[in-house]
Design a protein around this ligand. Structure first.
Ligand code: ADP
Length: 498
C-alpha cells in the first residue's frame, strides 16, 4: 500500500476543519488496487458532541432564514456539483469502485435532488381549510425539527448524502453527517461544496469515523431529534433501539431482495438486458439490485442461456477504465461474504451456472473483484433466495404461472423494488397492485428511481418513511396546525357547543 505522503483530512465542525480530539485516524482505500487515498479522523463521542453543539447553535438562525433563500444556496450547490461532476465521478470510480457511467449517474442524482429541493423552498405546501366557525381562519405549516443526524452508506457516496441533506436543509434543519467509513473522501468533498455554496457556519457538519463509535453517539445524542439512516437491516434495528430512549424520529432505508418476474410472453431480449443491468450494475451493490429472477418455465432455459452469455462477456476491471463493465466490490469483507453465499448456494443444491469465485487474473489480484454469478433452479426458500448478498449474484427461480410468480416475489422479508416483464396489460396492472414493494417497474429492471417520486420500501426495508420527492419533507418537518379567530369574541370549537 502506498502510504507515504498520504493526505490527512479532517472533520468539519462549526465552520472549522479539525482533527478528532483523540488524534486517531483511519484510511480510505481504493478497492481496485489497495492504494490509500487519505487518512480521516476516527471520531469519538467528544467530536460528535462538538458537532451537535455547533449544529444546535446554528439552528437558532437557520430556521428563520426564508426557505426560498435556503433554496438559492441549494441551487448554487447543484451548480457546484455540476462544475465538479467530472472530478467527483473520477474520484468515485477510485474510492467506491463503480464504473464511470454509474459514478456520473450518482453525481447527477445529487444535482437533480439539490435542484428539486431548492424548488421546495418556494413550495413546501401546507393546507388551508374552511373553519366550522364564522370569522376564523386555519392552516397547517411545516416546521423544521432541529439537528438531523445523517448516517450514510458507501454505495451511493454522493447521491445518498444529497437525498438526506438537501431536504433536511431546505426545511430549516441543521445537520451532522456521519458518512460511511469506506467513502469518507467523497463525503468530505460533498460538504466542502455545500460550504462553498454559502451554507452558514455550523449548519452542516461532518464527523468521520466508525458506526459503533461516532455513529452510535450521534444516534444516542439527546440534542439530535431526527436520525436518517441508510444501511443494513441489522444496523437499522440497532439504530432504532438506541434512538428509542429519546423517542427520536428515525427514518430507515434498509435492504432489499428484489425480484424481477419474467412471464412467458415477455420480450426476452429486453428482459435479459434489464436483468443484467439490475443484477450486475454497481457489482450488485445497490439496495435495489435484482438478486432474484422469477421466470416462467416456458422461457427459463432460453433466458438462462442469454443471461449466462451476458455475464461471461462482462469485462472486469477498475471502475475508471472506460471499457470496464464490472468494477470491484467495496472491500475484502464483501468478497468473503459474497463467496460464502456461493458456497451456501452450492450446498443448498442450486445449480451454479456461471461465476461463483473471485476474479484474480493479473492485476485483478490487487483488488476486490468477484465474477458475475448466476445460480439456476433455485428454490425460493433457499438462503441465496432470501438473504441480501450485496454482490454480483443473482438467483433464477422457475415458476409455472402468474399467481406463483407473485407469491414467490412477495415471499421474502424485504419490500423495496420489484419488476415484471410481460406484454399482458392485465397482468401488469395486477402486478402493480399485488407486488408488496415500495417501487415496481413494468418492463424495466429493478433499479433507476427518479428523484421526484418517493423512494423506499415496505416490510423490513424500512419503517414506513420515504426519501425523495415531496414525501421526504415528512421526515424533516413537524406539522403545525394554526387557528386564527378574527371574530373579536370567544368562539368555542365544535359545532355542538354553539
Ligand atoms: P453496510 O453493510 O452498507 O456497510 P452498515 O449498516 O454497516 O451497512 O453501515 C451503514 C452506515 O451505518 C455506515 O455509515 C456505518 O458506519 C453506520 N453504522 C454501523 N453501525 C452503526 C451503529 N451501531 N450505530 C450507528 N451507525 C452505525
Amino acid at each position: 500500500m502506498a502510504t507515504a505522503g498520504v493526505k490527512q483530512f479532517k472533520n468539519f465542525i462549526g465552520g472549522e476543519w479539525v482533527d478528532a480530539v483523540s488524534g486517531q485516524t483511519f484510511e480510505s482505500v481504493v478497492p481496485a488496487t489497495g492504494d490509500v487515498l487519505g487518512t480521516f479522523p476516527r471520531s469519538g463521542a467528544e467530536d460528535v458532541d462538538r458537532a451537535v453543539a455547533a449544529a444546535k447553535q446554528a439552528f437558532a438562525d437557520w430556521r428563520l432564514v426564508p426557505a426560498p433563500e435556503r433554496g438559492t444556496i441549494l441551487l448554487r450547490f447543484a451548480q457546484l456539483l455540476e462544475r465538479d461532476k467530472q472530478q467527483l465521478t473520477d474520484l468515485m470510480s477510485h474510492e467506491m469502485g463503480k464504473v464511470l457511467a454509474e459514478a456520473g449517474g450518482d453525481v447527477q442524482e445529487a444535482i437533480d435532488m439539490a435542484i428539486y429541493m431548492a424548488g421546495e423552498g418556494r413550495r413546501m405546501f401546507g393546507q388551508t381549510t374552511p373553519s366550522e366557525l364564522r370569522d376564523k381562519f386555519q392552516m397547517s405549516v411545516r416546521l423544521p425539527v432541529g439537528v438531523v443526524g445523517a448516517i450514510t452508506p458507501w454505495n451511493f457516496p454522493i447521491a445518498i448524502p444529497a437525498w438526506k441533506l438537501t431536504p433536511a436543509l431546505i426545511c430549516g434543519n441543521t445537520v451532522v453527517l456521519k458518512p460511511a467509513e469506506d467513502t469518507p473522501l467523497l463525503a468530505e468533498r460533498f460538504v466542502e461544496l455545500l460550504s462553498e455554496a454559502g451554507i452558514p457556519v455550523g449548519v452542516v457538519n461532518i464527523v468521520h469515523g466508525f458506526g459503533e463509535e461516532a455513529g452510535d453517539r450521534l444516534v444516542r445524542h439527546p440534542d439530535v431529534p431526527v436520525i436518517t439512516f441508510t444501511g443494513s437491516r441489522e444496523t437499522g434495528i440497532l439504530v432504532t433501539k438506541a434512538a428509542a430512549d429519546n423517542l427520536k424520529h428515525v427514518h430507515l432505508e434498509l435492504g432489499g431482495k428484489n425480484g424481477i418476474i419474467v412471464m412467458e410472453d415477455a420480450d426476452l431480449d429486453l428482459a435479459a438486458e434489464g436483468i443484467a443491468w439490475s443484477a450486475f450494475g454497481t457489482s450488485g451493490q445497490r439496495c435495489t439490485a435484482a438478486s432474484r429472477v422469477i421466470v416462467h418455465e416456458k422461457v427459463y432455459d432460453e433466458l438462462a442461456k442469454r443471461l449466462v452469455a451476458r455475464a461471461e462477456a462482462m469485462r472486469i476491471g477498475p471502475g475508471w477504465e472506460p471499457d470496464t463493465d464490472l468494477g470491484p466490490v467495496i472491500n475484502r469483507a464483501a468478497i468473503e461474504k459474497i463467496d460464502a453465499y456461493s458456497r451456501i448456494g452450492e450446498a443448498e443444491g442450486a445449480q451454479l451456472l456461471t461465476g461463483g469465485e473471485a476474479a484474480t487474473d493479473g492485476d485483478l489480484a490487487k483488488g476486490h473483484y468477484y465474477r458475475p454469478t448466476i445460480f439456476g433452479r433455485v428454490d425460493p426458500e433457499m438462503r441465496i433466495a432470501q438473504e441480501e448478498i450485496f454482490g454480483p449474484t443473482t438467483a433464477l427461480i422457475p415458476i409455472a404461472d402468474f399467481d406463483e410468480a407473485i407469491n414467490v416475489a412477495n415471499g421474502i422479508r424485504y419490500g423495496l423494488s420489484s419488476a415484471i416483464f410481460t406484454r399482458d396489460v392485465n397482468r401488469a396492472f395486477r402486478a402493480m397492485r399485488d407486488l408488496q414493494t415500495g417501487i415496481t417497474y413494468i418492463n424495466a429492471g429493478t433499479t433507476g428511481a427518479e428523484v421526484h417520486l418517493p423512494f423506499g420500501g415496505t416490510k423490513d426495508t424500512g419503517n414506513g418513511h420515504r426519501e425523495a420527492g415531496n414525501a421526504a419533507l415528512d421526515v424533516f418537518t413537524e406539522w403545525k396546525s394554526i387557528y386564527v379567530d378574527y371574530s373579536g369574541k370567544l368562539q368555542r370549537a365544535q359545532i355542538d357547543n354553539q
